[in-house]
Design a binder for this molecule. Structure first.
Ligand code: ADP
Ligand code: AIR
Ligand code: ASP
Length: 293
C-alpha cells in the first residue's frame, strides 16, 4: 500500500467562474480563492487576466470591512494572502440583487433607456441565481412563492441593499468614481439563540459593480471585458489605488503580478464581524421551504 507523505490537499467545496471555495480551517468557515478568470454572459466569453484575482480579493475585503463598520453584517473575516480570504460559510440565498442608480447594461437593453441616464430614484431588481437558466429576472412574488426567501428575509435583503447603495455611493464619489449599479448576494446564518442573520456574502468588486470615472466617464469595471474595451486590469488597479489599497506604482510588472509587492500589502481584518456569535451552517438549522431549487 502506498502512503503519501505530503500534506492533505484542501478540499474544494465549489469551483466557480471567478472564485474557488475551499473548506476553511475551522467549522463554519470557508476560503474564497480569487481566480484570474474573467467571464461574461454566462461564460460565453472567457479569458485569464493576470492580477484580477489579487485586485478583487483586496477591493472586496476592504469594501466588506467598511460596510461592516456601518452595521452591515458580512461574511468576511480576514485576508489570508493575496488571493485568498477567510469568510463565514453561509447558506447562500439563490437571489442576485441588483441596485441601479444610472441606466446601463441589461436595463438599457431591455427597456431602451439610454446608457448614462440618471434614474430619478434607485431601482432594485431580483435575478434567480441559476447559470443553466441564465440568471433570469424575477419578482418578489417569485421569491416568496417559490420559497427562495421568506418575506422577512426578502425585506432584510432589500433594506441592506439600500444601505449598501447609499454608503458605496458616498465612498466612491469621494474618490471621483460614480457607482452606476452593482450586484450583491446574501446568505443565512443562525446566532447562538437561533436568531437568523442575513449576511452580505460573495464579493463586491469591479466584477460586480459598474464604476465610471466622474470626470471622463471612463469605465473602470468588468464592462471593459464585456465590451472588448481592453485595459481591464489597469482599470481595476486604478480603483484599488484610489481606495488606497495598493501603491501608486501598481502591483503588475511586465504583465504579471509582482509577487513581492502583492505579498507586502497589509492584512485586512474584520474585527467587528469576528465578534459576532454565530453558529456554523448545518442542514438541520435550515428552515423548511415549501419548494426548493
Ligand atoms: P459563480 O457561482 O457565479 O460561478 P463565483 O466564481 O464567484 O461565482 O463562485 C463563488 C460562489 O461561492 C458563488 O456561487 C457564491 O454564491 C458562493 N459564495 C459566496 N460567499 C459564500 C459564503 N460565504 N459561503 C458559501 N458560499 C459562498
Ligand atoms: N452583475 C450581475 N450579474 C453578474 C454581475 N456581475 C452585475 C453587473 C452590473 C450589475 O450587476 O456587473 O454591475 C447589473 O448587470 P446587468 O448586466 O443586469 O446590467
Ligand atoms: N457573472 C456572469 C458571468 O460571468 C455574468 C456577467 O458578469 O456578465 O458570466
Amino acid at each position: 500500500m502506498l502512503f503519501s507523505t505530503s500534506r492533505p490537499k484542501r478540499r474544494v467545496l465549489y469551483d466557480g467562474k471567478a472564485k474557488t471555495i475551499y473548506e476553511g480551517p475551522e467549522p463554519g468557515t470557508v476560503i474564497q480563492y480569487f481566480k484570474d478568470d474573467a467571464t461574461a454572459f454566462n461564460k460565453q466569453k472567457h479569458a485569464i487576466v493576470a492580477g484580477k484575482g489579487v485586485l478583487n480579493n483586496r477591493i472586496s475585503a476592504h469594501l466588506m470591512t467598511r460596510l461592516e463598520s456601518i452595521g452591515i453584517p458580512t461574511h468576511f473575516l480576514k485576508s489570508i494572502n493575496m488571493r485568498e480570504q477567510l469568510v463565514r460559510q453561509v447558506e447562500i440565498i439563490p437571489i442576485e440583487l441588483v441596485v441601479r442608480n444610472v441606466a446601463a447594461g441589461s436595463l438599457s437593453k431591455r427597456l431602451g433607456i439610454k446608457e448614462g441616464t440618471v434614474l430619478p430614484y434607485p431601482i432594485v431588481e431580483f435575478y434567480y441565481k441559476n447559470d443553466e437558466l441564465g440568471d433570469p429576472m424575477i419578482s418578489e412574488n417569485h421569491i416568496v412563492t417559490l420559497g427562495w426567501a421568506d418575506p422577512y428575509e426578502l425585506e432584510e435583503m432589500v433594506a441592506l441593499s439600500w444601505r449598501i447603495n447609499d454608503y458605496l455611493n458616498g465612498l466612491f464619489s469621494g474618490i471621483g468614481i460614480r457607482l452606476i449599479d452593482f450586484k450583491v448576494e446574501f446568505g443565512r446564518l443562525w446566532g447562538e439563540y437561533d436568531e437568523l442573520y442575513i449576511l452580505l456574502a460573495d464579493e463586491i468588486s469591479p466584477d460586480n459593480c459598474r464604476l465610471w470615472d466622474e470626470k471622463t466617464g471612463e469605465k473602470l469595471d468588468k464592462d471593459r471585458f464585456r465590451e472588448d474595451l481592453g485595459g481591464l486590469v489597469d482599470a481595476y488597479q486604478d480603483v484599488a489605488k484610489r481606495l488606497g489599497l495598493i501603491p501608486e506604482s501598481g502591483i503588475i510588472q511586465g504583465g504579471n503580478v509582482d509577487e513581492q509587492i502583492a505579498a507586502s500589502l497589509g492584512e485586512i481584518e474584520n474585527e467587528v464581524g469576528r465578534e459576532r456569535k454565530l453558529r456554523s451552517v448545518s442542514k438541520t438549522s435550515s428552515p423548511t421551504k415549501p419548494w426548493k431549487a
